[in-house]
Write a protein that binds this ligand. Structure first.
Ligand SMILES: Cc1ncc(COP(=O)(O)O)c(C=O)c1O
Length: 305
């Protein structure tokens, strides 16, 4: 367990870290979060994660409590105090503390900022080698899944259902039978022609930062990819499948419900992408990927909403 957490301007002992009972994050899930992976001592895709944090806040009309520069300083200081070498930085920003009332407070309270770290060797997870099972479940979430809100109850229910079925993840399925995404990851399949396939960005899914990095890698490597919805039947008959997220990187999927994918072993393309992604995290490829990684660039989703 990490020793320190950051809570509203102070580094406090993790097991003594508390927030106010009237915090709107606690009362209404009125807040957003981000997870930035740390490999060795490097934050991976830090700016794209902070771009998305800014966008989530904008969409909910919550002010950014500190500048990006200060946020980065806090992240580094917490990593330093917790002697984190490998793991993740979790940050959460809520609308702040106000007497419980659904509408926003007439005078905006200071937004509350909480940050914690978790130590994990993200680059060496057994599931990379073994692959994972996913189940499919109806997508019961709201219609703004592009916002990374702390309101995660449907995701928790889905993940629990997956765990009870001995699966790693639940792929959520829209009313038309198309996979949207996992409860905490984006969903991918590989077609017979070797093309990567994942759902296009919209209010139906979170714009995964890892998803974007995978596209950048695919472009560098000359892999074909397509952004479009795919059905559960397509997933079950795909030659490969995988999940992506800041903490699961590229995790091969070897079973969808009761159907084995390919020969039931992690697919070669998924493993190759994982290798390239690990190389990217280690710094080996980062300068090869120019363009998408400039601070301030976010997906043009605002027009969709
Ligand atoms: C619902 C959902 N989709 C996709 C992702 C993957 O996003 P990222 O690659 O930025 O971690 C996450 C990550 O938490 C998620 O919660």
């Amino acid at each position: 367990m990490a020793r320190f957490a950051y809570v509203n301007g102070r580094y406090v002992l993790h097991d003594k870290a508390t927030v106010h009972v009237e915090d709107r994050g606690y009362q209404f899930a009125d807040g957003v979060y981000e997870v930035v992976p740390v490999v060795g001592r490097s934050m991976i895709d830090e700016d794209p994660h902070l771009d998305r944090l800014g966008r989530s806040l904008d969409e909910l009309m919550i002010a950014m409590p500190v500048s990006r520069q200060v946020l980065k300083m806090i992240m580094r200081e917490l990593v330093r105090r917790n002697r984190l070498v490998g793991g993740l930085v979790y940050m959460q920003i809520t609308r702040g503390v106000a007497p419980r009332d659904h509408q926003f407070p007439a005078v905006a309270p200071p937004p509350a900022l909480v940050m914690t770290t978790t130590a994990i060797d993200l680059a060496a997870q057994p599931k990379f080698r073994d692959g994972v099972k996913v189940i499919t479940i109806p997508d019961i979430r709201w219609t703004r899944c592009d916002i990374k809100t702390v309101s995660l109850l449907p995701n928790c229910l889905g993940k629990q259902q997956a765990a009870e079925a001995g699966a790693y993840e639940a792929w959520q399925v829209d009313r038309d039978g198309y996979v949207t995404e996992g409860t905490s990851s984006n969903a991918w399949i590989v077609t017979d022609a070797g093309k990567l396939l994942t759902r296009e960005l919209s209010i139906d899914i979170l714009s995964g930062v890892t998803r974007r990095t995978i596209f950048a890698i695919a472009e560098t490597e000359g892999l074909e990819y397509e952004e479009r919805p795919f059905t559960v039947a397509e997933a079950r008959s795909a030659c490969e499948a995988f999940a992506s997220s800041a903490t699961s990187f590229v995790t091969p999927v070897v079973q969808v419900d009761d159907t084995m994918i390919g020969d039931g072993k992690p697919g070669p393309l998924a493993l190759k992408l994982l290798d390239w992604y690990l190389d990217y995290c280690a710094g080996g490829r980062r300068d090869k990927h120019v363009g998408p990684w400039t601070a301030g660039e976010i997906e043009p989703l605002r027009e969709i909403a």
